[in-house]
Design a protein. Sequence first.
Length: 400
Amino acid sequence: MADIESKKAAREFAERWKDKGDEKQDTHPFWEQLLQEVVGVENPTYFLNYEKRVKIKGGNTKYIDIYVPSKHVLIEQKSIDIDLDKPQKGHFDQTPFEQAKYYNDNLNISEKARWIIVSNFKETRIYDMDDMLADPTTVMLSELPEKISAFDMLKAEKTDQIRFEEKISYRAGTITGHLYDALIKQYADPESPETLSSLNQLCVRLVFCLYAEDAGIFEDNQFHDYIAEFKPEHIRNALKALFKILDTPEKQRDQDEEKNLLAFPYVNGGLFKDESVRIPQFNEEIKTVLLDEASAGIDWSEISPTIFGAVFESTLNPDSRRSGGMHYTSVENIHKVIDPLFLDDLKAELEEIKLVKQPNVRNKKLSEFQDKLAGLKFLDIILQSLIQSRGIIEKCAFAV
């Protein structure tokens, strides 16, 4: 992004956010707009990790507002009326920086932040953790056009993003492959189409459960702790019971069922509906892979939706992948297609609605826009042909 364009975008951004900023409602749009429009980060949604979990002393779980894994940046966001110099009640009586540093001190060594950013929308302070004696760089919102370079550490070069995506997807894919290989040996007829179909569906269900306990769909470690209670020879039946409960709405469940099962939420969408999926007998090896490698060994919530799809594909055997034409398509190539086709227009429509000053009218339009989004349908085979016509050789097997 040219310097003159960046300054113009910064002025527009500062004017848009003047005297605004609620921690709960505005954190996501504020940082995504700042990164994309001013700093020049493409697709910041895939760049930012919201509400990253961190376990602090005593076993409690806290949440980092924003964490940028590939840049080792931790962001603590406060509302516009919060004084960044004053301790906050309910946060150990710490200032926002002290709170952020406390979270950072409890991260694994490989995850610790190089930079800590605290902000209340009108003022942003950037701390270099490699130079703790230096004062933080302070950027007032009104100063943003002249101080854009303060956010250079957040410029996500494609190589950095690709390197991080490759690293975490490789690790998740390797773990899923270990699980797949350990499970397939337990089937009586491992080469039959019925077995391979059941195994693929089983792996997808297990990966979902692993993701769910890290992403907040389940309680923290809920799936891990449930499986850990059983001996290997009893896990097969335990999974059958779990899958059935996940497919049953809370009000329709047998309330005399085990409490640890009733504690799981209902998962709609039909992922756990098919009761014909065959589950083999588990052994100690499979239990270890599932609990130590898959559950405790990786934070599945850090995988972007696009990479998550690639992990699902990795559960399929090579023959299935070849016959189905399924493989990973990068975020960059996806957006080359969907942005000009429909996403740019939808974003522009949303921005126009947000400019409506009358709250009642704006809320009505937002509700109508939400209904419109829910009703949109896209046929990806058409998108594949469009991709090919744009000179992108690889097929696209994504669902919008």
